[in-house]
Design a binder for this molecule. Structure first.
Ligand code: C2O
Ligand code: CU
Length: 434
């Protein structure tokens, strides 16, 4: 895979980030105000970018709370059009899921909505607009949501690394045409400039870091090559791995997260491998030496509450269809799921609370898709055994994957492609848990 259309200067941009992402510890109710912001996405001196953000910045502030605590956020909309916030990956009350037209009314300009829920799982999550998301997320309406363990693993720094790409003009202006049908029919709106934005820019050699990678891009799948640290992958999509895994071939589909714990050996670099030289997404500089490094094995994070699926009550199939170079389907838009484009009037499936379903996902298209289920995590099934526990699963072209899910969270939940242009052009459906 190559990063296409990326300008040459972007390779040089790593160290020049003028990026700020305030951290809000959620001990008290907080206001998140969506509004136009000006961002320094290109290196300083290369022009600024008019975007949308929260409380003055994009990404919006990093929200932090402790597992089991309540998040109370008043979302104020001042962007000039409807919006709403979705809390991606968090297994919360359906009424707080932030999907306009399904779980709440759209929040109109000048209006507000109060989100309030208990955070059931510790892990790396994020929030983003779910209103014309292919446009508003692209414009910057998102931020990290970090739920800390009651007893977090001992590290010197807990660092969030937001990865995104943007389609920029020479002067830094965000290119328009968010609803471009040609983009939608292909891989989606790929940017021509990409960055990994760490929340900490300097560490010491020997420091132990927790790195929380979040792919906030609306279309691009990011392979990430990390150098300068030795460690393990400890969580995927917020959920702890039962056994930490060696770091190799990190790949994040849009909306996916990967948590690492690493010991710093050198300047920490995040690269996007390309056919020629790697494209630097970002780096964390090293200064000085940690005199008393944390030693000991990197062990598993405390396990999440997971109901192991039993024999499935439902065997279902969901076929991704359409797009450029794709076959015919009976839907009335570019993309379809089981022959239907866009949200059907009746759900793809209805489950009694607690039932298990195996869903065979078949990618019968020429493009990758990251399929996301709201309100639940599911197991990727590989060769009959339970694999990773995720909220978004990546299917490359032609690929088939079974997922197993215990539908134990009542409500109406979206199931859609997180290549947000694909979702906009038909690749979405929903399930109901009663
Ligand atoms: Cu990350 Cu339907 O969303
Ligand atoms: Cu897709």
């Amino acid at each position: 895979m190559t990063i296409r259309n990326v300008t040459r200067r972007s390779v040089l941009a790593g160290g020049a980030a003028a990026f700020t992402m305030p951290r809000i510890a959620l001990a008290a109710p907080t206001i998140l105000r969506a509004e136009p912001v000006v961002a320094q996405i290109l290196p300083i001196g290369d022009g600024q970018t008019a975007m949308l953000g929260l409380n003055g910045s994009t990404p919006g502030p990093e929200l932090r709370l402790t597992q089991g605590a309540r998040l109370d956020v008043r979302f104020e909309n001042q962007i000039g059009s409807d919006s709403a916030l979705h809390w991606h990956g968090i297994r919360i009350d359906n009424a707080m899921d932030g999907v306009p037209g399904m779980t709440q009314d759209p929040v109109s300009d000048g209006d507000h909505f109060d989100y309030s829920f208990l955070a059931p799982d510790a892990g790396t999550f994020w929030y983003h607009s779910h209103s014309r998301s292919w446009e508003q997320v692209e414009q910057g309406l998102y931020g990290p949501l970090i739920v800390e363990e009651a007893e977090p693993p001992k590290v010197d720094h807990d660092i969030t690394v937001v990865i995104d790409d943007w389609r920029l003009q020479e002067d830094g202006t965000l290119a328009g045409g968010f609803g471009n049908r040609h983009d939608f029919a292909h891989a989606g709106r790929l940017g021509n400039f990409a960055r990994a934005l760490p929340s900490v820019s300097k560490v010491r050699r020997g420091d132990r870091l927790r790195l929380r990678l979040i792919n906030a891009a609306t279309a691009r799948v990011f392979p990430v090559m990390m150098t300068g640290g030795i460690g393990k992958v400890v969580a995927l999509d917020g959920m702890p791995l039962p056994t930490p895994r060696d770091i190799s071939d990190i790949v994040l589909a849009p909306a996916q997260r990967t948590d690492l714990i690493v010991d710093v050996t050198d300047t920490l670099r995040f690269d996007f491998p390309t056919r020629d030289e790697p494209y630097e997404l970002g780096r964390i500089e090293v200064e000085g030496e940690n005199p008393s490094p944390i030693t000991g094995d990197i062990s598993a994070l405390p396990p999440a509450h997971v109901t192991t699926p039993g024999t499935p009550d439902h065997e279902l199939t969901l076929i991704m269809e359409g797009g450029a170079m794709g076959g015919r389907h009976t839907g009335n838009d570019i993309w379809a799921l089981n022959g239907h484009s866009g949200l059907p009037d009746t759900p793809f499936a209805t489950f009694n609370r607690g039932e298990t379903a195996r869903i065979r996902l078949i990618n019968d298209t020429a493009f990758p898709h990251g399929i996301h289920l709201h309100g639940h995590h599911f197991f990727e099934e590989t060769a009959g055994t339970l694999g990773d526990f995720r909220d978004t699963t990546l299917l490359n072209r032609g690929e088939t994957r079974d997922i197993l899910c215990v539908f134990d969270n009542p409500g109406k939940w979206l199931l859609h492609c997180h290549m947000l242009g694909h979702q906009a052009a038909g690749m979405k459906t929903w399930v109901e848990v009663i």
